[in-house]
Design a protein around this ligand. Structure first.
Ligand SMILES: [Zn+2]
Length: 44
């Protein structure tokens, strides 16, 4: 089961989907990896 991450560049709003642990940069800055959330109900 691969982990899917997505990156959103705050400067140009470029969105990149990746799998696995990678580091991306865009507009001369590192992008923060966000885990793709599954459509599940939240449990508190
Ligand atoms: Zn960018």
């Amino acid at each position: 089961m691969k982990k899917t991450n997505y990156f959103v560049c705050p400067s140009c709003t470029n969105i990149v989907l990746t799998t696995g642990d990678v580091t991306l940069s865009c507009c001369s800055r590192n992008l923060e990896a966000l885990e793709a959330k599954k459509a599940t109900t939240e449990e508190n």
